[in-house]
Design a protein around this ligand. Structure first.
Ligand code: C2E
Ligand code: CA
Ligand code: CA
Ligand code: CA
Length: 277
C-alpha cells in the first residue's frame, strides 16, 4: 500500500517511505513551532575593521524540538527549502528579528540586522510588503535591514530572482551575497546584482594565516569586490591574527567566533554592554 507520490516516482522502498514520513513530521512540527513561536533567533555580532566597533548582527534560527532536543539549521533548512516551509520561516524571522532589533534600538539606534533568505523566498510575492509592514510596526529604517542570500540562490531562476532582489533593493533594503567563494561564481552576473555587500565564505578564511594561496585569493577578492562598488565582510574569523590580516587586506567587516559566537538576545545585551560600541 505505497503512498501515491512514492509509486509515481517508482522508487518505493519501505526505508524511503519511513524516511519521507519522518521528514514530513519534522516539517509539520516546524510549522507548528513557528506558529507557537517555539523557534528563536540567536544573534552573531559583526565588527567594522576600520573602527573596531560593532555595526550589526546576523540572525540565525534555533529550534528546540520537544522530543528531539536541539535541531540544527543544517538539519531542517534544506528540507524547509524543498517543501516551501521556508517562506513561513523567513516571515517569522523578519518579524522576530525586527522586534528584537527594536528592543535594542533605544541603546543602539544605528545597529543593523541581517536575515538569511533562500531562493524560494524570491518567489514569495508578498515578501516585500510583509517586510515593510514589520519595519513600520517596529520603527526600523529599511536600510538597517540586510537580506543575506547565496549567489546560487540568487541565480536559481535568474530572471525572477533578479526582479525580486531589485524590488527589495528599491524598498531600501540592503542585499548581501553570502558564502562568496564557496561555489561557482559568475562574475558577470555578480556585477549586475543590486547588492551592497559580499560575504567571503569561511572556507576562504579558515587557512588564511597558513596558506599563501588563500591569502592571495582573499586579497584579490577584496580588491575585486571593492572595484565593483560593494563592501566586503569575512565570516568564520576565529582568531586575532586572522582579524589583523583581514584589516591589512582592507576587508571592511568581520564576523566569527573570535568576536563572538551567535548569542540569545539577553546574552547579546550583556555582551554589547562591555563592547567599545
Ligand atoms: P551561514 O548563513 O553561512 O551562517 C554562518 C554559520 O556559521 C552559522 O551556523 C554560524 O553559527 C556559524 N559560524 C559563525 N561564526 C563561526 C566561526 O567563527 N567558526 C565556525 N566554524 N562557524 C561559525 P548555523 O547557525 O548553524 O547556520 C548554518 C546555516 O543555516 C547558515 O549558514 C544559513 O545558511 C542557514 N540558516 C541559519 N539560520 C537561517 C534562517 O533563519 N533562514 C535561512 N534561510 N537560513 C538560515
Ligand atoms: Ca548568512
Ligand atoms: Ca555565510
Ligand atoms: Ca558559510
Amino acid at each position: 500500500n505505497a503512498p501515491r507520490g512514492v509509486m509515481a516516482t517508482g522508487v518505493y522502498s519501505p526505508q524511503h517511505d519511513i524516511y519521507s514520513e519522518s521528514r514530513l513530521t519534522l516539517m509539520s512540527d516546524l510549522k507548528e513551532a513557528l506558529q507557537r513561536d517555539q523557534t528563536c533567533l540567536h544573534y552573531q555580532p559583526k565588527m567594522c575593521l576600520r573602527t573596531g566597533r560593532v555595526v550589526g548582527l546576523e540572525a540565525l534560527v534555533r529550534w528546540h524540538h520537544p522530543e528531539r532536543g536541539w535541531v540544527f539549521p543544517s538539519d531542517f533548512i534544506p528540507l524547509a527549502e524543498e517543501t516551501g516551509v521556508i517562506t513561513q520561516l523567513t516571515r517569522w524571522a523578519v518579524e522576530r528579528g525586527l522586534k528584537d532589533l527594536a528592543a535594542l534600538a533605544g541603546d543602539y539606534p544605528d545597529l543593523e540586522l541581517s536575515i538569511n533568505i533562500s531562493a524560494r523566498d524570491l518567489t514569495d510575492k508578498g515578501l516585500v510588503q510583509s517586510i515593510q509592514a514589520a519595519l513600520s510596526q517596529h520603527g526600523i529604517r529599511p536600510n538597517q535591514l540586510t537580506l543575506e542570500l547565496t549567489e546560487t540562490a540568487a541565480m536559481e531562476d535568474p530572471e525572477t530572482g533578479f526582479k525580486a532582489l531589485q524590488a527589495l533593493a528599491e524598498a531600501g533594503l540592503q542585499i548581501s551575497i553570502d558564502d562568496f567563494g564557496s561555489g561557482y561564481s559568475s562574475l558577470s552576473y555578480l556585477k549586475q546584482l543590486p547588492a551592497s555587500e559580499i560575504k567571503l565564505d569561511r572556507s576562504l578564511i579558515i587557512d588564511i594565516l597558513e596558506s599563501d594561496s588563500s591569502r592571495v585569493i582573499v586579497e584579490t577578492a577584496v580588491n575585486m569586490v571593492h572595484g565593483l562598488g560593494y563592501a566586503v565582510i569575512a565570516e568564520g574569523v576565529e582568531n586575532e591574527d586572522a582579524a589583523q590580516l583581514l584589516r591589512e587586506l582592507n576587508c571592511d567587516r568581520l564576523q566569527g567566533y573570535w568576536l563572538s559566537k551567535p548569542l540569545p538576545l539577553a546574552e547579546l545585551q550583556d555582551w554589547l554592554l562591555v563592547q567599545n560600541f
